[in-house]
Design a protein around this ligand. Structure first.
Ligand SMILES: [Zn+2]
Length: 257
């Protein structure tokens, strides 16, 4: 299987997974880069997996469905171009002979879902949309901090080697914030250096892994003393409560330059 992040717009990735014949794509905000890629490699698009309703994730769905006949899968509770199979946690999707489990991850949007496959060529794979980014997480447009924290806890409980396919290249700016939250985290300094080298060559910093994110992502580390303390440094009135600390870190990121 080949896993490819097709760049689109300013900083989106349209993830394509293929076996040399059949392909699936995740969150195609734009049909053109996907169609060009399918044509160039002679691939048949079998499935379109959608994580949430934002235009930069669904803009190409109709054109791709029409051009390829691919089956569309998406969240049960969001407005996605019909027809599609509507999914909730516990449902599974079979594509390319692989089984993907659906995980509900509300927070960025109210009905956001993620797709997890326990094994693709020896390691698990996660398509998490705009919920988890490398060193960051999605903005809370429709959900509460408690919901987003619970969603991120679910993703953090997946096996460490799980490859995390995020839909934006936000890593360097996220890392700048992460270093402000945890200036004493040496792993952050090493990881930042590796990611800066990749971006200098115009290469993606993704996929990340769950293990990597647990070591450097402040939004997966809000229960650690250093991060809780940093949250109080931003807002001294932050209560002793997981969701409140998470909310303070998220708010700090929103205003961080
Ligand atoms: Zn979004």
């Amino acid at each position: 299987m080949k896993l490819i992040p097709l760049p689109a717009f300013q900083d989106n990735y349209l993830w394509v997974l293929h076996d040399g014949h059949r392909a699936l794509v995740v969150d195609p905000g734009d049909a053109q880069p996907v169609l060009r890629f399918l044509q160039r490699d002679g691939l048949q698009l079998e499935a379109i997996l959608v994580t949430h309703h934002h235009p930069d994730h669904i803009g190409g769905v109709d054109a791709l469905r029409e051009a390829t006949g691919a089956k569309v899968f998406g969240p049960a509770r969001e407005r996605i171009p019909e027809p599609l199979a509507r999914l909730v946690e516990g449902d599974t999707v079979t594509a390319l002979g692989l089984t993907f489990e659906v995980i509900d991850v509300p927070g960025h949007t109210a009905g956001h879902i993620a797709y997890y496959c326990a094994e693709v060529d020896g390691a698990p794979l996660l398509f998490c949309g705009d919920t988890l980014f490398s060193a960051g997480c999605g903005r809370l447009f429709e959900g509460t901090p408690a919901q987003m924290l619970a969603s991120l806890d679910k993703l953090a409980s997946l096996p460490g080697p799980t490859r995390v396919c995020c839909t934006h290249e936000y890593t360097l700016s996220n890392l700048k914030f992460a270093r402000a939250v945890e200036p004493g985290n040496l792993e952050l300094i090493n990881y930042s250096q590796r990611c800066e080298e990749l971006r200098a060559q115009n290469l993606p910093t993704l996929p990340s892994t769950i293990d990597q994110e647990k070591r450097i992502n402040p939004f997966l580390r809000t229960r650690l003393a250093a991060v809780t303390q940093a949250a109080r440094g931003f807002d001294a009135a932050t209560p002793e409560d997981d969701a409140a600390v998470f909310a303070a870190i998220r708010q700090w990121k929103n205003v961080f330059r």
